[in-house]
Design a protein around this ligand. Structure first.
Ligand code: SF4
Length: 544
């Protein structure tokens, strides 16, 4: 299909699965849109969960949509005035506060690099460490100076936040497009964490090359980065060597080897295909094939339910450990991002507080996905009305939640309350859990994070933060750490933290209306109006 002119270009969008989806499971989808100000076809990714691989396995390479009647009223809103009312409030706040809050319009999501490093949350060397002075080399301000500034960067035409930045005139050095000058959409924070700090790579040009090829081949950059980081750590421990990697030196920060792995994933050759199977598959394979310590492999494979953990270290936030591991889809922060509420602001002191947050936020955030809405304007801008609220209420940003009730009514003509939103969303959330169960993942054993997400796996990690862990042993466990070896102290911390995670799981299951094994009870299905006979039979079979 060829676009006849600029107007026609604007009416075409293409959803594609990339070349790598034929060979590795960690592949997402690219969705294109035409940017008339730059005369560029831009892309956004639905990267997580392997949707690209699924599409490719169905022998579909792309879906092309042409729709030329696009306007603000294309979806036939019932009450355009209500939508305008919400839009005006959202746009006003973004215009007024973005530059002094997160400056998403200037920096995009890379503003997070610096903050995460400051709070010891930025994954470095497969999540072993959380901060590094070199993080300033890939921080927001660096990218701000490199972005194409020719116009706003909304990834849909009405977005005032406009955070979808891109770098123009990038000269590719490797692979099939070496020598070409390209326009790189991104990088986003998650990509910088995954394929930058987590691999100990700190050169912006390297980030852009990896970003370009990950997108072009359709690989999820989070799973990509974590999987290569896992392989690099295994290389450090001698589980992998030159013979096993097909001659690739996987020392931390070896950019050439990283690029080779990525190109191999696209062509289906070499060790790249092994790495592309993800951390879960590699952890089992290396234990079976190379005799690696199975517990170590399990502890350092940074995934939950087979999905690699996104780029925040949850070790010092019990609520975030649950946010990742108790999420239906696997370790993705879009269900619950609670690190600051829990670790920094200390707003969730009890198990019940954490369980309440792990009930509310996943349900609320699921609602965005159900309606195809971006979450960023909800809590990346904080309204003035938040200042007078108690902190726990403020985290919900009620004024912005109200905006969504207006948008909902404006489009559908049906009034809805905040409680109504939660009811609708919980119905789906509980259904997803039962669906998980049907696919063999909806039980307690799959809700446990890898130990590195909970505490220090190796002496090197413990000793890099001795003061923190010794303090916990002294003040929370009630044991004097003086005279204990690192191994003994690590064992104490491990037992204590895993026990706390267990207690959190109990509290969350109770709040969500699940059994001790994480099965929604029949009453929970009834309360949500999803007590269909096959669902009831399934949960009953599992003790629900
Ligand atoms: S805020 Fe959301 S919709 Fe707007 S440009 Fe950023 S990612 Fe796109």
């Amino acid at each position: 299909m060829y676009a006849r002119d600029e107007k026609d270009q604007r009416s075409i969008s293409v959803v594609t699965a990339g070349q790598a989806a034929a060979h590795v499971p960690m592949c997402g989808l690219n969705v294109s849109y035409y940017d008339p100000r730059r005369d560029e076809v831009r892309i956004k990714q639905a990267a997580r969960g392997g949707a690209g691989t699924v599409m490719r396995h169905k022998h579909i390479k792309a879906i092309v949509v042409r729709y030329s009647q696009m306007s603000g009223a294309s979806n036939g809103p019932a009450n355009a005035d209500l939508i305008r009312k919400a839009g005006q409030r959202i746009n006003h706040e973004i215009t007024e506060f973005d530059s002094s809050q997160n400056d998403m319009r200037g920096n995009g999501t890379p503003y997070l690099v610096e903050i995460m490093s400051r709070f010891d949350l930025l994954p470095i060397e497969n999540f072993r460490f959380g901060s590094d002075p070199r993080s300033s080399q890939i921080a927001g301000a660096i990218w701000k100076g490199m972005y194409d500034r020719r116009g706003p960067d909304g990834c849909w035409y009405g977005c005032t936040m406009a955070c979808a930045h891109a770098v123009p005139h990038f000269h590719l050095q490797t692979g099939p497009y070496a020598g070409q000058v390209v326009f790189v959409d991104g990088p986003e924070y998650e990509t910088l964490g995954a394929v930058g700090s987590n691999l100990s790579l700190w050169e912006p040009a390297q980030m852009l090359e990896i970003n370009f090829y990950a997108d072009t081949y359709g690989i999820d950059s989070i799973s990509l980065g974590n999987s290569i980081a896992f392989a690099m750590e295994c290389y450090e421990y001698g589980v992998l060597n030159l013979e096993r990697t097909g001659g690739l030196d996987l020392t931390w920060g070896n950019y050439e080897s990283v690029m080779t792995l990525i190109h191999q994933m696209a062509t289906g050759e070499g060790f790249g295909v092994v790495v592309g199977q993800g951390t879960w598959a590699m952890s089992k394979l290396f234990a079976e094939k190379y005799g690696a310590d199975a517990q170590l492999m399990k502890d350092i494979a940074m995934h939950v339910k087979g999905m690699e953990i996104s780029e925040y270290i949850p070790r010092e936030s019990l609520a975030q450990q649950g946010g990742y591991a108790l999420a239906s889809k696997g370790a993705q922060h879009d269900e619950a991002w609670l690190i600051f509420m829990d670790m920094v602001h200390k707003q969730l002191p009890t198990f019940e507080d954490k369980a309440e947050a792990l009930y509310y936020f996943p349900i609320w955030r699921t609602w965005f996905s159900l309606h195809g809405l971006c979450k960023l304007p909800w809590n990346d801008i904080i309204p003035v009305s938040n200042r007078s609220l108690p902190p726990k209420e403020a985290a919900k940003v009620p004024e912005h939640v109200e905006n969504y009730t207006w948008l909902y009514e404006g489009v559908l003509g049906k009034p809805i309350t905040i409680e109504g939103i939660l009811t609708e969303s919980e119905r789906v959330y509980q259904f997803q859990r039962v669906f998980n169960l049907r696919l063999g993942f909806g039980t307690r054993e799959y809700d446990i994070p890898p130990y590195r997400a909970v505490g220090p796996v190796t002496a090197k990690e413990y000793e890099s933060r001795t003061e923190r862990y010794d303090k916990q042993i002294r003040e929370e466990i009630g044991v004097d750490p003086e005279g204990l070896s690192t191994t003994e102290k690590m064992a104490l911390i491990r037992k204590y933290r895993l026990d706390r995670y267990d207690k959190l799981t109990d509290a969350v299951y109770k709040r969500r209306g699940w059994t001790e094994n994480g099965i929604p009870t029949v009453e929970t299905l009834q309360r949500n109006g999803i007590d269909f006979p096959d669902l009831v039979a399934l949960v009953k079979r599992h003790g629900g």
